[in-house]
Design a binder for this molecule. Structure first.
Ligand code: ADP
Ligand code: ADP
Length: 230
């Protein structure tokens, strides 16, 4: 059974010219338990828009997103999103950044700290808890981003171009570490949905790839590569 199912989901945006452009044509897709799905497509093809709709950040103009077959707006969903730009709080330490989502849901200070230190260790940031984001390299900052996303044990981990701001070597290292953690089931999440414009990244990481074409809402070819599910 699918964790997330998008049924004929579409999105229009208003343009300054008062026209509406269709960014996503009606699309069906599912995210299943225990899979990494990559959403691949050129810049502007609507990848972030689709991610926002699947993760509840934005409402489709038409169609419906279901979580466990219930309309997304009727259920509590537990998700995290990792962004290209890290989106850390610069005025908070590494530990405080990772604790922030736990604080937001009222976890007690002791438990917060314990869980945060554990996940920092998992992502290779043991000993960095007192540092501030500006003292860290890009790769280390994104490790903090991963720790902050994982600390709440999201059912689905969403990632929007998480490696695109990093140099090639750093990106490769982080990507293979992530895959290793996933394969060892160290990552407390049911599925990963990653947006990327990098074909190699999609092929190396994903169990399944969904491709958005260049012309959103027009000649959108939406095809799946590789082994879907036996
Ligand atoms: P991608 O992630 O593939 O680069 P996006 O989903 O970010 O694609 O954007 C697809 C198109 O929709 C782009 O033309 C973008 O400028 C436009 N767009 C995205 N979000 C908005 C918005 N909130 N308002 C208006 N236009 C938007
Ligand atoms: P909603 O459906 O709830 O109105 P949107 O899908 O419009 O939400 O998402 C708003 C998000 O899109 C914000 O994060 C905003 O920063 C981003 N955004 C706004 N305009 C654009 C644009 N032209 N291109 C890409 N992203 C945009």
């Amino acid at each position: 059974e699918a964790i997330i199912r998008a049924q004929q989901v579409e999105k229009f945006y208003a343009q300054p010219s008062a026209n509406r452009i269709q960014v996503i044509a009606p699309t069906d897709l599912s995210i299943l338990p225990v899979e990494i799905v990559a959403l691949l497509g050129p810049s502007g093809s609507g990848k972030s828009t689709l991610l926002r709709m699947l993760s509840g950040l934005s409402k489709p103009s038409g169609g419906q997103v279901f979580w466990h077959e219930k309309p997304i707006e009727t259920v509590h969903i537990n998700v995290s999103i990792v962004f290209q730009s890290f989106a850390l709080f610069p005025w908070l330490t590494v530990l405080e950044n990772v604790e922030a989502p736990l604080k937001a849901v009222g976890v007690e200070p002791e438990a917060r700290k314990e869980r945060s230190l554990k996940i920092l260790d998992t992502v290779g940031l043991d000993g960095f808890q007192a540092a501030y984001p500006k003292e860290l390299s890009g790769g280390m900052r994104q490790r903090v981003g991963f720790a902050r996303a994982l600390v709440i044990e999201p059912e689905v981990l969403f990632m929007d171009e998480p490696f695109s701001a990093l140099d090639v070597l750093t990106a490769e290292n982080l990507r293979s570490e992530l895959l290793e953690l996933w394969q060892k089931k160290t990552i407390p999440t049911q599925a990963i949905f990653i947006v990327t414009h990098n074909i190699e990244e999609a092929v190396l990481l994903a169990d399944r790839i969904i491709v958005l074409g260049r012309n959103p809402g027009h000649v959108r070819t939406d095809f799946k590569v590789g082994i879907a599910h036996p």
